[in-house]
Write a protein that binds this ligand. Sequence first.
Ligand code: GLN
Length: 276
Amino acid sequence: MKTYKQIVKEYLRKLKDITHIPQKETEILLLYIIEQNIIWLHINYNKPCSIDTEQKLKKLIEKRSVNYPIEYITKKATFYGEIFKVEQGVLIPRPETEILVDKAIEILEKIENPTIIEIGTGSGIISIMIAKLIPTSKIIAVDINKKALILAEQNAIKHNVNNQITFLQSDLLSNISQDKFNVLISNPPYIASNFTLPLNVKYEPSNALFGGDIGDELLKKIIIEFSKKDIKYLLCEMGYDQKKPLNNFINKNISYKSLEFYKDLSNLDRGFILSV
Ligand code: GLN
């Protein structure tokens, strides 16, 4: 029988073209199958790996080798140093969205018992991190996708903040009767529909990625919905090329106190904070 070490060495080759960390990913898939952690693997590297485990690994490696996201295989993703459940049909958390959470925290820290509404909560990462970091906050998190809401609720329970967050199915704010919040936050779909996605992204739900023909259509709708309610701050993530059009749109449609655009770690425009 082959050892775990031999197995890892053999299968990582199949992932060389799709990831820069083929060994790490092979280990992650192996550990997912045998339900062990990396320390266990290092101790047992020279122990035999069962045929059954190898067969299962082979299947997962095949899946991964056509760019199927590893997060959908292991049903886990890391965001803000925490582990969240993910599944196909719901967007995988992106590291740049951590900046949006940081921007929200800066504002929310200064507000007593803040109330927040999130549009398009997906796996729930934004609302859940806010709830964890601001324990006095109360949040309504909406999504149009029922599957996302079920997942988000499971993540809120896992992180022990389900008492702070109400999850509701709603297309933008159409089902929300409450008129007053401190903050509206959203990482909506903002990619233009004719944009060719990288291979790994094509397995993610298009309704979480595409914002319309131009891309910023939903962001503009969110800005309008925000202006119709009594909300002081709007924080959104956006596409790298949407600063100018959104700046123009806001100036044309809203009278505001301040508008700040922020960049991501690649120095690309990535979002804005509007206060009225
Ligand atoms: N709010 C979720 C996230 O930031 C989902 C976003 C989306 O599906 N567009 O990951």
